[in-house]
Design a binder for this molecule. Structure first.
Ligand code: C2E
Ligand code: CA
Ligand code: CA
Ligand code: CA
Length: 280
């Protein structure tokens, strides 16, 4: 049951006219939540397929609200971006994930996944002190920078400016850059010319129908070729079935993430796992 606990959300859906006062209330409750330890970080494995080793984990924030129950980040992250709390929350998430990764490395040695990947919002990236904050957290937790990746969306870096400068600074530290939800922005391919990217996270929408002939599998195939030719690593997100995993494997994907392998959990199982699938 603990494994599923991270996923059962109660949606926060105020009527439109109540939305701004609802947001204000949610914002005030987040402040309390931050001060009283209501936030958690869970980790979803990114699996080397078909071998089955957990190659990396993505850190995902959870809010266990005393009355509302589990509130989805899709509901509270946008509110935190609006009211600025994302800066404090994001720093807490980064510190928690780096500390956890350092602890796993100390406890598990070679079984530890190679990277923890942390979602970073646009509001964090445009701060000129963001890279220095990350450097401080790495120093404080003792996590070598190559074991950290930051996940940024295309829209966060679309306008260039300080956000892209920050990515160059992070990369200089040795932190890896992952472009999240890849393929869903307005100028996905154009961005690859200007933004330093190590990892492409191919959006779930291209994975959903990858088993069917037609446009989705063509795009998934094009994206793995582009990432390989540009020397980037591709991760397919939102893999829910063995058939999708097999189809992605045939297209050349080797890193897969999704409910088929594991939901996000507090303590992933890094032991050897079987990924035996229908056709293999
Ligand atoms: P995302 O970064 O694209 O994260 C992937 C989301 O898809 C996660 O939802 C994950 O639990 C879910 N997911 C993973 N595998 C599957 C699958 O096979 N099927 C389906 N249907 N879903 C799957 P989650 O944790 O609710 O997060 C939603 C979004 O909230 C994230 O999308 C990200 O944009 C944001 N978010 C989550 N954690 C953080 C955080 O720590 N910081 C920031 N800034 N944003 C976060
Ligand atoms: Ca992400
Ligand atoms: Ca994503
Ligand atoms: Ca997303």
């Amino acid at each position: 049951a603990a494994k599923r606990a991270g996923q059962t959300y109660r949606r926060w859906e105020p009527a439109l006219d109540e939305q701004s006062s609802g947001h204000a209330r949610l914002g005030a409750e987040m402040r309390v939540g931050l001060d009283t330890g209501q936030f958690r970080v869970v980790y979803q494995p990114i699996v080397a397929f078909p071998q089955g080793r957990v190659a990396a984990v993505e850190a995902l924030v959870r809010w266990v609200h005393p009355h509302r129950g589990m509130v989805s980040p899709a509901d509270f992250v946008p509110v935190a971006e609006q009211n600025g709390l994302i800066i404090e929350l994001g720093t807490w998430i980064m510190r928690t994930a780096c500390r956890q990764m350092a602890r796993w490395r100390a406890e598990l040695g070679a079984d530890t996944p190679d990277k923890v990947s942390v979602n970073v919002s646009a509001r964090q990236l445009v701060r000129p002190d963001f890279a220095a904050t990350v450097a401080d957290i790495l120093a404080e937790t003792g996590l070598p920078p190559r074991h950290l990746a930051v996940e940024v969306t295309e829209t966060a870096v679309f306008e260039g400016g300080q956000a892209v400068t920050t990515l160059h600074e992070l990369r200089k530290l040795g932190v890896r850059i992952a472009l999240d939800d890849f393929g869903t922005g307005h100028s996905s391919l154009g961005l690859l010319q200007t933004v330093p990217v190590d990892i492409l996270k191919v959006d779930k929408s291209f994975v959903d129908n990858v088993t069917e002939a037609g446009r989705h599998s063509v795009i998934a195939e094009a994206l793995i070729r582009i990432s390989t030719e540009l020397g980037m690593t591709a991760v397919a997100e939102g893999v829910e079935t063995a058939e999708q995993a097999d189809a992605l494997h045939r297209l050349g994907y080797t890193l897969l993430q999704g409910y088929h392998f594991s939901r996000p959990v507090a303590e992933p199982d890094f032991g050897p796992r079987s990924t035996a699938t229908a056709g293999v």
